[in-house]
Design a protein around this ligand. Structure first.
Ligand code: SAM
Length: 318
């Protein structure tokens, strides 16, 4: 059916993200020794502005995520929604920044692929076994459950099933919780993403939600971005919520979040540690600075907090 085809095109987007991240790390933009186990080859060359865009995305999201982990002293849980083939679990383990439990959710077929890679690649499976105390490690085709890391196959549009599965995997609603969605909500209709964000606000009393995705999509450049995706049968069903930074913030303000902020990625880029930005700008020559600016102005990070435990989550920023 059309819906199945649309979902299949959305599932395929996780390969794009991982391929681009793999290429950028092969050039030295940042380090990720685990991503090679999820995409076989470095693949075709990507334009320098694409690599810088991924650099800003990864550093920007990591900045807020790590700030949350430090603020809660890792006495918290993380839920990566639409995680795809993301490698953050392994980074946090290596950097001694592991939350009590790290959850990932994606479509069952994507999860099955990820689990297959983990099962067959010791550098991926070893850290999971190391952080597991008993011999009851549950690993089947569609889910992984260990003490510190869970991967769950679920559709983020079906909230009752999502809620049920997370609880089955020992999600603790009392614990400070970081929810992350990186290029995920834009593939869902505005009502589906609002419902998801609302579910999160209702479920956790002390939490932060970090959302990275497109913004300012109503201009010519945004239209071209949409057309490029459509050519590959991929529809940005949530593009209405990506018109402005205010529409990004409204999704959270209307669903029970207390403190909300949003920055476009050009602004984030200028706020990242500038010595490292200078380093990556020397990696590849970029002729068209304006192209990078335009690209970065069409993505944003929006983050929202609620803080019953008064941990000071609303201070987390760039
Ligand atoms: N967050 C990862 C990253 O940044 O590397 C992957 C991003 S990829 C562009 C989007 C991911 O969201 C895909 O893995 C896709 O399967 C997942 N996704 C989109 N809609 C979903 C839904 N309704 N339920 C579960 N996963 C979904």
């Amino acid at each position: 059916t059309d819906t199945d085809n649309a979902d299949e095109a959305v599932r395929a987007t996780c390969d794009d993200a991982t391929t681009c991240k793999r290429f950028a790390t092969s050039k030295g933009y940042w380090k990720d020794p685990y991503i090679q186990y999820f995409v076989r080859s470095v693949g075709d060359r990507k334009a320098p502005e694409i690599n810088r865009g991924y650099y800003a995305r990864v550093q920007g999201v990591n900045h807020l995520l790590d700030a949350f982990l430090r603020k809660t002293q890792c006495d918290c849980q993380v839920i990566n929604l639409g995680a795809g083939l993301d490698t953050t679990f392994w980074r946090l383990k290596d950097e001694n920044l592991m939350p009590r439990k790290f959850f990932e959710v994606d479509f069952p077929t994507v999860v099955a692929r990820k689990i297959h890679n983990i099962k067959t690649k010791p550098p991926l499976s070893k850290p999971i076994i190391e952080t597991h105390s008993t011999d009851s490690l549950l690993l089947d085709a569609h889910s992984l459950e260990s003490d510190r890391y869970c991967i769950i196959g679920a559709d983020l549009r079906d909230l009752s099933s999502l809620d049920e599965k997370l609880k089955k995997f020992q999600l603790n609603p009392e614990l400070p919780t970081l929810l992350l969605s990186e290029c995920v909500l834009v593939y869902m209709t505005p009502s589906h993403s609002s419902n998801l964000v609302h579910w999160a606000a209702e479920t956790f009393h002390t939490a932060m939600f970090i959302n990275y995705e497109q913004v300012n999509m109503s201009d010519r450049f945004g239209q071209v971005m949409i057309e490029n995706l459509q050519r590959r049968q991929c529809t940005l069903a949530g593009v209405e919520a990506c018109q402005t930074l205010d529409s990004q913030k409204d999704r959270f303000l209307k669903t029970g979040w207390e403190h909300v902020d949003a920055l476009d990625m050009m602004t984030v880029y200028t706020m990242l540690p500038q010595d490292d930005v200078a380093r990556i700008e020397r990696l590849e020559f970029l002729d068209e600075k304006e192209l990078l600016q335009q690209l970065l102005q069409h993505y944003n990070i929006c983050w929202a907090t609620k803080d019953k435990l008064n941990l000071g989550l609303s201070q987390l920023a760039f």
